[in-house]
Write a protein that binds this ligand. Sequence first.
Ligand code: AQP
Length: 332
Amino acid sequence: RPRILSGMQPTSDSLHLGNYLGALTSWVALQDDYDAYYTVVDLHALTVGPDPTALRERTRRTAAQYLAAGVDPGRSVLFVQSHVPEHTELAWVLSCHTGFGEASRMTQFKDKSAKQGAEGTTVGLFTYPVLMAADILLYDAALVPVGEDQRQHLEITRDLAQRLNSRFGETFVVPESHIVRETAKIYDLQDPTAKMSKSTSTPNGLVDLLDPPKTIAKRIRSAVTDTEREIRFDREAKPGIANLLTIHSALSGTPVETLVEQYQGKGYGDLKVDLADLVVAFVTPFQEKVHGYLDDPDALDDVLAEGAEKARTVARGTLARVYDRIGLLPAR
Ligand code: AQP
């Protein structure tokens, strides 16, 4: 079976609906047909300067949310990035093949560093995409299920793989991104032209999966829409309604066109109330499962230890291959 890899940063107590619909649902769907590796990328999270206690807690919480969403450790390898030191070792090698200008052009770096200013921006944030490339290339992943915002980082990963392959002979599998068009970008409820984001959304724009259901319902009911009355899918003219229809369709499994027909003659309020019910019906059992996993941290840590063991076996093999190709003297 071809391999896939993906990960999320433990930078928040809860994943949001964008993380879930943009990436996590694909992870769950793909684990039958692929040899899947899913990781909590705690080393990436260091780029935001987290509080140590919060980071440790959020790492477990993120893993618990993968499990609650349906990532099955019997079929997929679930691990924490820092448990596999080969990620940072390969990242160093790749950084020596990444152009300074090339890394400077990454839009996520440009956006985040613009907000933080030159003094607040770390070298870690700058080399973030190189570490991400290492995460992927270490597992010979053929496919990487992510949301639209990661497309550019996937491109640089492919460029690096091809660059080293042409310099040193076949060394890496060149990965493809797997971006589901419909849910590639879930938007902020208060600003439906901006992506829903852990770090930049205002609280009311965000649907955190672990928020109290009442809060979630209220946020959906007060989502920004437009001054018309007609429910139709038009991303340009009606981004708020398009976002609500997208979320509804992804959670209910009803195609957007069918929803539009069903809501003919009804108002925005009807759509919002139904969607709030739908999201609450999803998050309620989800939250119960997450708390079940968090109530038994030993069992959770066992799952992660087993995953790290399996991941390291693959990672060691790839790193040895790379070190050999690039001419590092093997240690006796
Ligand atoms: N709004 C979104 N719609 C669809 N997919 C999304 N993803 C993130 N936001 C949306 C996808 O979720 C995964 C999380 O990756 P990450 O932890 O590296 O976070 P991120 O991409 O940086 O986005 P976040 O979670 O909102 O954090 P911020 O914006 O604070 O950095 C990825 O597959 C991503 O594409």
